[in-house]
Design a protein around this ligand. Structure first.
Ligand code: SF4
Length: 414
């Protein structure tokens, strides 16, 4: 009692606010800050759109559930006055490059006693920090796609800002309320400059458009207007649904280990009561197969955390998403009273179809990502990539900050 919500065990996923029948719980809204930035001539305002947004926002404007309105969303953002519109999917491709490199390094080290957990869901990260800080060394140090893209954009525009005496403000349109807390994490600010300044949920963004009289139904779709960091792969688009991150990572890990590109990898329904789907990849003679598990909902994650800590988990890599179904069901997405599960199924189906029809199915084949490594970052997991694209976590029980590499140092010294 009498605590700020930030000092409680709340993971900020927003599921309670999304279904609160009395509207007693409200989410911090950054709309006025976004307006201030858009009207300030000294600000360059850039915006990114998460994969799940394209299949969720249409419902606010009377489109069929799950309809892909990405082009119209880009048009609406340009009409609002954003200077440049980017696709968070490119950040998702970067996340896969870094996370796959971490997983391959772990496999090659021969230590398979503990799995590697995904880190792109801030609700899950916060939960682990609060309830199971012992797991922190096993959570990927990769920033989420939103933060990776934010970091790249701030770095890219910094010299121009200096020359033009401007400041770049980075906005993100997300299905997620926890992304607001993530953007504010100190560990995700470089020299006190945050990767992402302001986050609007899909519902807040729809309100902003309606307040300006912009109706998505009346807009012609537009493509992203900059070739820089604006097109993600199909693997990146499925980040918006449960098992999407795991499948995207599996496509790239498979390529790194075998040299073969695969367009999709079939996960099977798991018999484990708390794992939704799983995949086993044969790594060749004499090697144990790679086992990947997919978990959604924090009740399930709690069981899995206990299983991992007791040394009984069979998995090498575990995707965890706080929201059941993944980001398509994020706390910031539109909710049709009563029936939103059907809407979620449609959103999931459309993301799957976008991936299936995409001409580029693997993160490691994204030309923009390749170019970024060639011209700037070097290779995945390089020193510079770590500086820009990785983060640290905070043990919220003891208040200690831990980086994965520090933990390894401690273990080695023991
Ligand atoms: Fe946010 Fe997605 Fe995690 Fe839900 S599953 S808390 S929407 S990142």
């Amino acid at each position: 009692f009498n605590k700020d919500i930030a000092d409680t065990d709340c993971v900020n996923c927003g599921q309670c606010a999304a279904v609160c029948p009395t509207g007693a719980i409200t989410i911090k809204n950054d709309q006025s800050e976004v307006w201030k930035a858009l009207y300030d001539p000294n600000k360059r305002v850039v915006v990114q759109i998460a994969p799940a947004v394209r299949v969720a926002i249409g419902e606010e404007f009377g489109f069929e559930p799950g309809e892909n309105t990405l082009g119209k969303t880009v048009a609406a953002l340009r009409r609002l006055g954003f200077d440049y519109v980017f696709d968070t999917s490119v950040g998702a491709d970067l996340t896969i490059m870094e996370e796959a490199a971490e997983l391959v390094e772990k496999l090659e080290s021969g230590d398979r006693s503990m799995p590697l957990f995904t880190s792109c869901c801030p609700g899950w990260v916060r939960y682990a920090e609060t309830k199971h800080p012992e797991l922190m060394p096993y959570i990927s140090t990769c920033k989420s796609p939103m933060q990776m893209l934010g970091a790249v954009l701030k770095t890219y525009y910094a010299p121009m800002d200096k020359k033009e005496h401007k400041e770049t403000v980075s906005v993100a349109i997300m299905p997620c309320t926890a992304k607001k807390d993530e953007a504010a994490r100190q560990a995700l600010a470089k020299d006190a400059v945050p990767d992402v300044d302001l986050v609007l949920t899909v519902r807040e963004f729809a309100k902003l458009l309606k307040g300006k009289g912009i109706d998505l139904r009346k807009l012609e779709g537009r493509d992203f207007d900059t070739p820089f960091m604006s097109k993600g792969s199909g693997a990146a688009v499925i980040f918006g649904k449960t098992a999407g991150v795991a499948e995207a990572a599996a496509r790239t890990v498979y390529y790194v280990l075998t040299g073969k590109n695969v367009n999709s990898i079939q996960f099977k329904t798991s018999e484990h009561p708390h794992v939704e789907q799983e995949l086993t990849i044969d790594l060749g003679e004499g090697k144990s197969p790679l086992r990947i598990g997919v978990v959604h909902g924090l009740v399930n994650a709690d069981y899995i955390a206990d299983e991992v800590l007791s040394g009984k988990s069979p998995f090498d890599f575990i995707e965890v998403m706080s929201c059941p179904g993944g980001c398509i069901n994020g706390g910031g997405t539109p909710r049709e009273a009563g029936d939103y599960h059907l809407f979620n199924l449609e959103r999931t189906k459309v993301l799957t179809t976008i991936d299936e029809k995409h001409s580029l199915r693997q993160s490691h084949n994204n030309p923009m990502v390749k170019e970024l490594y060639k011209e700037y970052l070097g290779e995945p997991n390089s020193h510079l990539a770590h500086e820009l694209l990785h983060t640290e976590y905070q043990d919220r029980k003891s208040g200690k900050k831990l980086r994965a590499e520090d933990i390894w140092k401690e273990i080695t010294l023991c």
